[in-house]
Design a protein around this ligand. Structure first.
Ligand code: FRU
Length: 500
């Protein structure tokens, strides 16, 4: 693949050539290596002919493309390998790994085989730690004669000593929970259904334990993707914190909590095999409404993954449990400060600081803003922080900001509508989200055709694809109408190209 195109993300994963959608089979091997598989059409720039592409990484940013891992079965007309998961079968419960080489992880992939007749759950095993797979000879392992039954995500449930699969009955708005002693024989345990936003279909569910912030406690989270029919249109993820006893999941309350206020973070999957105190996911940074049309096709590829997220559950004011997501160890790809004179941070009080990005050859930046508002300050409605990324060639801009006062206090917004590289009626310009009280911080990653913002260290976030027609080569940070004693401190770093 050629990763030099002006829209090619430099710290995010995108396929070498062809079309990509959902992340699949995410696991961390016992030697620490992360494995990412993905819905992949290697032969066209639109969805279809689904394979499992494969890449590996030691830091979740620097990826090595690997050969395709799963192919549609030959001789089955119109067959595709749809989304699914992978596990490490440490105790050889499946019996596939009698002769495994010492030090090689026993990997089983559990996925949907899609054919025009139906969707079944099938498995394949790998004797070389996840690089090549052999299909199980008695597939499928789960078949309910449905064309809308897919995306098995499997975990090991320690307390009951069983495998647990969450799988979607997509058009019945239900998540089926199945258990198995060996990944081959599956028994129905319960349904979790008609919860939260329905959209028109449920897809890609995850049932996973997530650490509570600053605690050893874990809280179960049922994460469900819906498409189409998201509130902003198309695709979105929602989640439910709750309890799980090995067979039944119960949400703590009836609220539908949405993961992200952007339009481009879908089908997130949580890694198998990470330490118990590390919950990490990757989402697909696109939306089915326009993914087959975006202009990156000119560079021979379509779609990237969002920044890997580290998750924890927090207890937000009035809202209750929130699944927070911060970029996973972004420091590992950070270069030096881009602020004038290389300063580590700048205080920006009712002024603009302009940051030249021309020498930042990756075109990728990370920024972190911290807000200090004195207690009891009278903050005017117009008090705001605005980020403007501009192209000096075309003058087009990507805008984002946060309101600090009045009725919009606590509102973060992103506007991609003043970029000129892509037009589509459903490629919405503006998104925003309001939290209780003012934010304390706003950070974000810009990476050529991706823009992600994180409020309060990831309590809320938005992922947006962005399509400038020329490189954005300056960043302006402006604050206006801050009251006496208020301060906005900014840090801006270049990010190292992981594909160069
Ligand atoms: C979600 C999805 C899944 C399906 C896959 C097919 O984006 O529709 O439900 O398995 O994509 O590529």
């Amino acid at each position: 693949g050629d990763y030099s195109g002006p829209l090619r993300p430099q710290v995010h994963f995108s396929p070498p050539v062809g079309f990509m959608n959902d992340p699949n089979g995410l696991f961390q091997a016992s030697n620490g290596t992360y494995h990412l598989y993905y819905q992949y059409n290697p032969t066209a720039l639109v969805a279809g002919n689904q394979h499992w592409g494969h890449a590996t990484s030691d830091d979740l940013y620097t990826w090595t493309n690997q050969p395709i891992a799963l192919f549609p079965p030959s001789g089955v007309e119109g067959a595709g390998v749809f989304s699914g998961s992978a596990v490490i079968d440490t105790n050889n419960t499946s019996g596939f790994f009698g002769n495994l080489t010492e030090g090689v992880d026993p990997i089983v992939a559990i996925y949907t085989l899609n054919t025009p007749e139906k969707q079944t759950q099938d498995i394949a095993y790998s004797l070389d730690g996840g690089y090549t797979f052999t299909e199980y000879e008695n597939n499928p392992v789960l078949d309910i004669n449905s064309t809308q039954f897919r995306d098995p995500k499997t975990i090991w449930h320690e307390e009951t000593g069983k495998w647990v699969m969450a799988v979607t009955y997509s058009q019945e708005f239900a998540i089926g929970i199945y258990t198995s002693p060996n990944l081959i024989e599956w028994e129905f345990a319960s349904n979790f259904s008609h919860a939260g936003l329905l959209g028109l279909q449920y897809e890609c569910s995850n049932l996973v334990p997530v650490p509570v912030k600053d605690s050893d406690e874990l809280i179960w989270v049922m994460y469900i993707s819906i498409n189409p029919g998201a509130p902003l249109g198309g695709s979105v993820g929602q989640y439910f914190p709750g309890t799980f006893n090995g067979t039944h999941f119960e949400a703590f309350d009836a609220a539908a909590r949405i993961d992200g206020f952007g339009k481009d973070n879908y089908a997130s999957q949580f890694f198998y095999g990470t330490p118990a105190n590390e919950s990490i996911s990757i989402g697909w940074a696109s939306n089915w409404q326009y993914t087959n049309l975006v202009p990156t096709a000119e560079e021979g590829w379509r779609s990237s993954m969002a920044t890997p997220r580290r998750h924890y559950v927090t207890n937000a004011t009035r809202i209750g449990y929130v699944l927070a997501s911060e970029p996973y160890q972004i420091e590992s790809v950070r270069n030096s400060s881009l602020l004038p004179d290389g300063a580590e941070s700048a205080s920006i009080v009712n002024t603009t600081v302009e940051i030249d990005l021309k020498n930042n050859t990756s075109g990728a930046v990370y920024f972190a803003l911290n807000f200090t508002i004195p207690d009891g300050a009278n903050v005017p409605e117009t008090a705001a922080v605005t980020l403007t990324m501009r192209s000096s060639a075309s003058n087009e801009t990507l805008l984002a900001g946060h309101y600090l006062g009045g009725s919009n206090a606590g509102t973060t917004w992103v506007d991609r509508g003043k970029l000129t590289g892509f037009e589509h009626p459903l490629f919405s310009d503006k998104v925003s989200h309001t939290i209780v009280g003012n934010a304390e911080s706003l950070s974000g990653i810009f990476d050529r055709s991706l823009f992600e913002v994180f409020v309060n260290g990831g309590e809320f976030s938005a992922t947006s694809t962005v399509f400038p027609s020329e490189m954005l080569d300056t960043l302006e940070v402006t604050t206006t109408d801050l009251p006496e004693g208020a301060d906005v401190s900014a840090a801006v770093w270049g990010l190292r190209s992981t594909w160069a």
